[in-house]
Structure formats: structure tokens, C-alpha cells
Design a protein around this ligand. Structure first.
Ligand SMILES: *[C@@H]1O[C@H](CO)[C@@H](O)[C@H](O)[C@H]1NC(C)=O
Ligand SMILES: *[C@@H]1O[C@H](CO)[C@@H](O)[C@H](O)[C@H]1NC(C)=O
Ligand SMILES: [Cu+2]
Length: 399
């Protein structure tokens, strides 16, 4: 297993092609990525003072949904474990991040998630260094550039990006946990709704997330193939940032609100047995900072209706799921190749300018599901897939 991982890593290193030099190669070593990783400059949209880059993290090979456990398909992005490709190391849906580069073992309940590929890496390409991030937007395409989604069989299951560096601390789960070690701070999450992220309320307000020279970016990336033929996909994020750390700008942090507690290794939860309508309720978080709650969208799995956030017991944000937007309905070809004919969440209503936050205030999240209204996704062996209740809330912190 270790040899396979090493070979896969070497293969991806040798095929690194860069149209621009990597701004900040970690300690001289080339970052570990999928094939074709690169950083390209594109025109900024929000301000002439900003720069915009498209970071391609790589092209990855996804095994078919129905791949048998005994006969793994080869991949560029990592090694496959019976249709569950394991690449890089770690992943919140995978397993404890092991020391020494040993591949993680599938978490109980995840081993039958057909077509799932964990292509996480501890050293993802950085969009910039000594810069303040304003905006990010993720995409998943096929190598020919067309969007990859339920329509044609492969989708962006989720990604979480964290910055690892001296003095970094996760706002929601501080102090170091099994899942979020010391010096790690989660700062970005994308799910298949692919909603753009503003580190602020708009693209131009004077605040952002600072990324330093010594920070590394940890990318937890899970991709999923819904159909019974292999697929190659390309994952990228467009970032917009201002160089340096402008004087007077506010600091933006990500607050990962979750139905699962900080002690859990992943956000995935088994749906309560025998229930079709239920609410997941997360632990109460007590604020350690003063600031302002800027924006968020919720995240659930199919079957979810809405994510609610309570501040000091009062509802301050309701992010409702809507289903079956363009690109999210499996097409005829995808259905013929085994895609399941269910409704898929395609977007969430955003909450913007949520309100003030003071030290001692409490925040809590809940997520409501109704499997009678929207059927849950099923895994390879016909069991209900895990569910989630998550919202990455961006906060402007004031000391
Ligand atoms: C995505 O979220 C932002 C808030 O960050 C919001 O302004 C925008 O309307 C959302 N877009 C969609 C398609 O939901
Ligand atoms: C998966 O499905 C494809 C297409 O229907 C089929 O050709 C293939 O034999 C299946 N593989 C397994 C392992 O069942
Ligand atoms: Cu999820």
C-alpha cells in the first residue's frame, strides 16, 4: 500500500507542469498534487488593486461507482481502495491523519461509498503568499472544460481548506483535536452547490483572510463518481486577493459550525435508524471573540431541507436548500450508466450580514431532514449514505 502511494505521488510530481512559478513552494519541495497542477494569473474582477489567479489542483481519476473492492482501478490522484481512491494523506471523511505518510483507512460507513475519491493533500498549491484573500470560487470540470456534475456523472463531494502555520488556531475547535491539530485553522469550504465565497460581505469591503509566507494550505478534497464508468476530472479554484496586509483592514476568519462535535473525526453522521424526518443539532459554541457575522450558506446531504443558526437561542440565519437546478439533474446517459434517479440539492439561500458577535455569545446549528420529501442518497450496497449539517460562517474579528 505504501509503495502504491509513493508511486502515485512520484507520478504526480513528475507530471507537474507550471505555467507560472509556484509562489511559495513549501520548504523547497514540490507540493503534492494531482497531475497538471498550476497557478495561472487571470484578470481581477472586483478591483484593479487585486490580483486573481486560477489554481488548478490537479486532474484526478475516479473509479466507477460499481468498482468491486477486489479490483481497484488505477488512478493519477492516488490509490484506490475498492472504488474509494485514497490520495495524498488524511481527509475528514476518511480517517485520522496518520503520521509517517501511511494511507488512512476508510472510516466505518464510508467503505461502500461507490466512486468516492479522497485526493486530499497537506501541501496544496497556494494562490499567493503574504496576501489578503477576498474571494474564492471552486469548479470541477472534465479535461475538455465542460462542467462535471450530476448531469454527467461526477461531482464535487466536498472540500475543506485549512491553513497550517505558526500561531494558527481554529475558531470553532481550538486547542488541537484529533481532526484539527494545533496550528491548523479551517478557512474555506465548498460543497457541490459551489457557492462563491467572499472573505467579507462584498468583493470590495476592506477586510479579508491573511495568508502568510510560512502558512501551508491543507486541502481535504473528496470527489465522487455516480456512474459505472471511470471518469477523469479537473479541480480548480479561482482566488482574488490583495497583496500584503493593507493597514486598517479587518481580519476575516472562518467559523466551522457543525452538527458533529469537535471530538468527531468527520462531519458525516449516520441518519437516525428508521426515521425519515429528523433534525440534527450541533453543540453550542461560545464565542471567544468580538466581531461581526458576515455571511454563510448551509450544507446538507440530499434529503435536507434547511440549516438554521441560533445566536443566544434566537434564529439569525435560515439557509434553505433548493433542488434540481441546471446541471444537477442526472441526464439520460448518466441514468443509463447507473446514476440514481433522485433529487439533488443544487443551492442554498445565503445569509448575509448576520449580525454582531460578542465574547460569551452562543451560536448553535441545526439541520432539518425529510426523506419523504427528498430521498436520501444510497451507497453501493443500498444503505442510506451519511448526512451532514454544516455551515462555514465568515466572521470579521475585532480584538
Ligand atoms: C453565494 O453566497 C454569497 C454570500 O457569500 C451570496 O451573495 C450569493 O448570492 C450566493 N450565491 C448563490 C447562487 O447562492
Ligand atoms: C459496472 O457496470 C458496468 C456498466 O454497466 C459493467 O460493464 C461492469 O461489468 C460493472 N462492474 C462491476 C464490477 O460490476
Ligand atoms: Cu457533506
Amino acid at each position: 500500500m505504501k509503495t502504491t502511494l509513493l508511486l502515485a505521488t512520484l507520478a504526480s510530481l513528475t507530471s507537474l507542469s507550471l505555467s507560472k512559478p509556484i509562489p511559495d513552494g513549501p520548504h523547497g519541495a514540490a507540493p503534492i498534487t494531482g497531475t497538471g497542477a498550476k497557478v495561472e494569473e487571470v484578470p481581477a474582477i472586483f478591483s484593479s488593486k487585486y490580483k486573481r489567479v486560477r489554481v488548478t489542483y490537479g486532474q484526478y481519476h475516479l473509479a466507477p461507482f460499481n468498482a468491486s473492492s477486489a479490483k481497484p482501478a488505477g488512478g493519477h490522484g492516488g490509490m484506490d481502495m475498492g472504488g474509494m481512491a485514497m490520495g495524498g494523506a488524511g481527509g475528514h471523511d476518511a480517517a485520522p491523519k496518520p503520521a509517517g505518510g501511511a494511507p488512512p483507512m476508510a472510516m466505518p460507513g464510508m467503505e461502500n461509498e461507490g466512486g468516492m475519491a479522497d485526493v486530499s493533500t497537506h501541501e496544496a498549491l497556494k494562490p499567493c503568499s503574504d496576501c489578503t484573500l477576498k474571494y474564492a470560487k471552486a469548479s470541477l470540470t472534465f479535461p475538455d472544460g465542460t462542467s462535471a456534475n450530476y448531469l454527467n456523472g461526477a461531482y464535487l463531494h466536498h472540500l475543506t481548506m485549512a491553513v497550517v502555520g505558526p500561531g494558527r488556531e481554529d475558531l470553532a475547535c481550538p486547542g488541537g483535536t484529533m481532526r484539527i491539530p494545533k496550528n491548523m485553522e479551517r478557512m474555506l469550504a465548498f460543497h457541490n452547490d459551489r457557492n462563491e465565497t467572499f472573505f467579507g460581505v462584498t468583493g470590495t469591503d476592506e477586510m479579508g483572510f491573511y495568508l502568510g509566507k510560512d502558512d501551508k494550505m491543507d486541502l481535504e478534497l473528496m470527489l465522487k463518481n455516480e456512474i459505472n464508468v471511470p471518469k477523469d476530472v479537473v479541480f480548480s479554484i479561482e482566488w482574488e486577493f490583495i497583496p500584503g496586509r493593507p493597514a486598517g483592514w479587518g481580519d476575516v476568519k472562518g467559523l466551522w459550525m457543525d452538527a458533529a462535535p469537535c471530538s468527531a473525526m468527520m462531519s458525516d453522521i449516520s441518519p437516525p435508524k428508521g426515521k425519515t424526518q429528523f433534525t440534527l443539532t450541533g453543540p453550542t459554541w461560545t464565542s471567544t471573540v468580538n466581531g461581526r457575522l458576515l455571511n454563510t450558506v448551509g450544507h446538507m446531504h440530499d434529503g435536507g431541507l434547511e440549516v438554521q443558526i441560533l445566536s443566544n437561542g434566537k434564529p439569525v440565519c435560515l439557509s434553505k436548500a433548493s433542488y434540481n437546478g441546471p446541471g444537477y439533474v442526472p441526464g439520460t446517459d448518466a441514468l443509463a450508466l447507473g446514476a440514481s434517479k433522485i433529487d439533488h440539492i443544487s443551492r442554498y439561500s445565503p445569509c448575509i450580514n448576520i449580525g454582531e458577535l460578542k465574547k460569551g455569545d452562543t451560536l448553535a446549528l441545526s439541520a432539518q431532514y425529510d426523506f419523504e420529501k427528498y430521498k436520501p442518497a444510497l451507497n453501493k450496497v443500498g444503505q442510506e449514505s451519511h448526512v451532514m449539517g454544516v455551515a462555514m460562517v465568515f466572521v470579521e474579528t475585532k480584538q
